[in-house]
Design a protein around this ligand. Sequence first.
Ligand code: PMP
Length: 411
Amino acid sequence: MTASEIRALFAVASRPEVVSLAGGMPFVQALNLDIMAELVQRLIASRGAQALQYGSGQGDVVLREQILDVMAPVGVTAHPDDIVVTTGSQMALDLVTRVFCDPGDVVLVEAPSYVGALGVFRAYQCDIEHVAMDEQGLVPEALSEAIARSRRSGRTVKMIYTIPSFHNPAGVTQGHERRQQILAIAQSAGILVLEDDPYGLLSFDGHIPRAIRADDPDGVIYLGSFSKTIASGLRVGWAVAPHGVREKLVLAAESAVLCPSNYSQLTVSAYLETQPWLEQIKVFRELYRERRDALLESLGSMMPAGTSWTVPTGGFYSWVTLPDGLDATAMLPRAIAALVAYVPGTGFYVDGQGRQNLRLSYCYPEPDRIREGVRRLAGVVEGELVLTNTFGTGTGLHEAPGSSFPAPHLK
Ligand code: PMP
């Protein structure tokens, strides 16, 4: 295991004078905290003995029924018995990997992919292979090639890990047809799809993408989370899995934590029962859309020519490609000195790609802070261009492999 670049950054980036476009922290302040306080107070007063006790390894049955309603907009139907409640979807990633993967098994992931998932796959000694993306996400032809290549080398491909909606960090979304193509490839190769969908309900244009799992309950494990739609601090997520897999996941969960927190689960359950949760998700969506707009507008008006970025239609992130010759990792100390933070692209790859890329999160800072952050970042990029033009390969990029991810919006 190694420390992720994001973790190391948090200490610096959380200083108040720094505009952090780095961490993907949900803006939980948008919840009505007085109502949350009342809800927790009522929960302890009425069901305290249950909330403060151990619970079932699979999770609270009422919450599992409510999760079915939460998944209805993405088209996932299931039985409450198919659901395993976890300590955030991060734990579900860990459990699925523990159950399926032996050292040396191949896990196919997007290029780039979620840093927390890469950490899990690495910890279980999987062989992580990146598969190219375009503005519609995972590229089917590249997926087929990666499967064939891995098999030719005698390795077992255990899973395809994908974040089809509002990707972290790429900010792109697979269209319906693309999802069908990916599923067809997985089915014909007999490979499990691990669908990670924490952002699916946070769509800005009203279109909530249909989950891949909705079209194949047997071949897809679906992961959901309340981190972005209620509160990340509650640490409640879930996995929906075929029956035989679900049993193994419960055993793995019991050996890791005995049971997920009853207190958190009952808080989520009471929230879903008594609060207009879909209305609250609308509030989050509007808030994040406004921030996305602030980011895109200021990137458009301030970034030097040659910089490009993805245009997210939901979620928290845009993926930036710097002008040729620039290196986002080498640039970071100068960005921090200019009081703006981002995550360098290399953190989202296991093979050294991503030097020319960085991830910007617009979820947490207010729109004016985002504009200020982009203003500072644009100044840093301008400065790097001058350095590169003066000293040629000054930032070292030319010796490093670049990213092949094409951003659709090129300025
Ligand atoms: N998957 C993805 C793609 C994420 O972005 C995150 C959080 N950043 C997680 C899983 C984990 O979320 P949680 O454990 O809070 O549910």
